[in-house]
Design a binder for this molecule. Structure first.
Ligand SMILES: Nc1ncnc2c1ncn2[C@@H]1O[C@H](COP(=O)(O)OP(=O)(O)OP(=O)(O)O)[C@@H](O)[C@H]1O
Length: 304
């Protein structure tokens, strides 16, 4: 599927229940979607081109990740810092290289962009144990690998996914998880649940992702039943955008072979985000590890 097709906005009347990503952060939202008009509107309103999100990612990072050449050029013209670094020390050029957007790389290099990471593999971002108080955690769900808690990290509500000690205490299994998480860490898309980091913890493996207040699509369908057609179309577009991003991933596509309503979460604004890819690949390898990690969904994801 052509990426551009997915980024076309459906007619406004088809999305009655959706909210605009308002405020200055609309600049980031539009940049990631390749919405030039939206980006220009925000810049004309006086929004600072180097505005950052909570991961210190700028509009230029997002446009570079998505290969939005026109937006990259526009942002640079308007004073975006070509070498701003996000929380992982990545510059827009790191992202453009990571996703194989050669034309964007050339534009950034022509503006003296550099990539501090070179070709090195980025390990998972590790979060100090003291930064999250698991004692104050609220249980929000349970899946095949362990429980999911709502916790506070640096003042922000996030989801802490735990992998049972019986699984994570096997060093081979833990390594396999860490590799998948390191790959998830590289993904950034409005319709993909954002990975945040791994808690330094000896026995269990605990990692943080953004918290999606409205829970899973599965829970929603169970509560509300059938969706009205317009909502169904809006949801389908959100999911398709997330999946297309995974399929376009460079140098290897990411195939999510367990796309179920349980693995689609919804944020407060009504946007859907796809989650839980990669981890289930480990379940496929259960025989070699001697572990049985069967979930209700029998998930299986594969990275090619
Ligand atoms: N980031 C999150 N924000 C909010 N709620 C979440 C988040 N991640 C998971 N949950 C909630 O926790 C529940 C359990 O999630 P988990 O991913 O562990 O298992 P699952 O996907 O439901 O099942 P399985 O592990 O068998 O695939 C979800 O159904 C959802 O309601």
């Amino acid at each position: 599927m052509d990426d551009n097709e997915l980024h076309l906005s459906p007619p406004a009347q088809m999305l009655p229940q959706r909210m605009e990503s308002g405020g200055p952060y609309r600049l980031l939202h539009c940049s990631g979607l390749g919405d030039k008009e939206g980006v220009m509107q925000e810049l004309e309103k006086g929004v600072e081109p180097n505005l950052v999100d909570y991961d210190k990612r700028t509009a230029l990072h997002l446009a570079a990740s998505e290969g939005c050449e026109e937006i990259v050029v526009l942002l640079l013209e308007k004073g975006a810092d070509v070498n701003s670094t996000d929380r992982w020390g990545r510059t827009p050029l790191s992202d453009a290289r990571n996703f194989g957007h050669e034309n964007v790389c050339k534009i950034l290099e022509a503006h003296d962009g550099y990539d501090p990471l070179g070709d090195s593999d980025t390990p998972c971002f590790m979060i100090g144990h003291g930064e999250v108080d698991m004692k104050d955690a609220t249980l929000i769900g349970e899946g095949a690998y362990g429980e999911v808690y709502l916790v506070k990290w640096r003042g922000t509500e996030v989801a802490a996914k735990t992998i049972r000690a019986s699984i994570a205490s096997n060093p081979m299994v833990k390594n396999a998880f860490m590799k998948e998480l390191a790959l998830w860490q590289k993904l950034r898309h409005p319709n993909i649940v954002q990975f945040l980091g791994v808690l330094k913890q000896s026995d269990r493996l605990i990692f943080l992702t953004e918290y999606l207040r409205n829970g899973s699509l599965y829970d929603q369908l169970r509560k509300k039943g059938r969706l009205d057609p317009l909502t169904a179309v809006a949801y389908a577009l959100d999911i398709a955008r997330g999946m297309n991003y995974l399929h376009q991933h460079k140098p290897h596509s990411i195939i999510h072979r367990d796309l179920t309503p349980r693995n689609v979460l919804q944020d407060e604004a009504g946007h859907l985000k796809v989650t839980d890819f990669g981890l289930s690949k480990i379940a496929q390898q259960k025989d070699s590890y001697g572990y049985k990690m069967t979930g209700g969904t029998g998930s299986c994801t594969e990275y090619y």
